[in-house]
Design a protein around this ligand. Structure first.
Ligand code: ATP
Length: 236
């Protein structure tokens, strides 16, 4: 397969009731690269990620994930995506391992138990396999959510504020997971409210305001000061 783009969004629009939330979004992310979505609360970042993950519907427009058309191939698209949302979307009353085996089966993961155990070890949660989700701290739940997202070896990661509410160890872990994913050729689209992390964790910076792309730049040729200035110009 030689499709060069991980994500190709064309003329995507979405309204809630009569309120436009996404207005004519056009974006392209090359395979193996990382893009960050910046913007104030309500700019439409979460809405866009949810649509790409197949959890929300676009009003109009199309998107391709690794060349697959969202109108016809949503099932296969879902299989290629790992999504880490604000909400963990795990079953509170099930244990860590029960949750992961359930999702493993849902995605048809082979040797799900071994894969889950290896990932749990990587995020430092191998001793909590028999604990119910509701007994874990927020940071621990987030680690399990990461394992769930990686279990089926997705090629595209969609991450909604993966750095929010994490301590230093948590952030280092996220950095390692991001690096491993792109080293393996995977692609990443994430959101953050931290402009410094946006620069260091991404290749492409995108700023949304009022449901539009108002700014785009390569991260490598942008200083922190420049980004702060641009952000203030277009968001406020
Ligand atoms: P944040 O940084 O707070 O996550 P965001 O950029 O992700 O913000 P969205 O969550 O995508 O923004 O929300 C965009 C707009 O859509 C907001 O005005 C929000 O109130 C509205 N919105 C989101 N979900 C719904 C919904 N289910 N019904 C109605 N309006 C919604």
């Amino acid at each position: 397969e030689t499709v060069a783009l991980a994500i190709e969004i064309s003329h995507l629009k979405k309204s809630y009731a009569l309120k436009p939330v996404l207005r004519n979004i056009n974006l392209a992310l090359p395979r193996g690269q990382r893009m960050v979505l910046l913007g104030a609360n309500g700019a439409g970042k979460t809405t866009l990620l949810r649509i790409l993950a197949g959890l929300g519907k676009a009003g109009s427009g199309t998107f391709l994930i690794e060349g697959l058309d969202s109108r016809y191939e949503l099932q296969e698209i879902r299989r290629r995506i790992g999504f880490v949302a604000h909400q963990p979307y795990l079953y509170e009353e099930l244990t860590v391992l029960e949750n992961l085996l359930f999702f493993g089966q849902l995605y048809g993961v082979k040797q799900a138990r071994e894969r889950a155990m290896a990932l749990l070890q990587q995020v430092g949660m191998e001793r909590r396999t028999k604990d119910r989700i509701r007994s874990l701290s927020r940071g621990q739940v987030q680690r399990v959510a990461w394992v769930r997202a990686l279990l089926h070896s997705p090629s595209l990661l969609l991450l909604d504020e993966p750095d929010t509410g994490l301590d230093q160890d948590g952030n280092r872990l996220v950095e390692v997971l991001l690096a491993e994913h792109t080293t393996r050729g995977g692609s990443i689209l994430f959101t953050t409210h931290n402009l410094e992390r946006a620069l260091t964790w991404s290749d492409h910076i995108v700023i949304l305001a009022g449901g539009r792309v108002v700014y785009q730049h390569e991260a490598a040729s942008l200083t922190h000061e420049e980004l702060v200035q641009r952000y203030q110009e277009v968001v406020t």
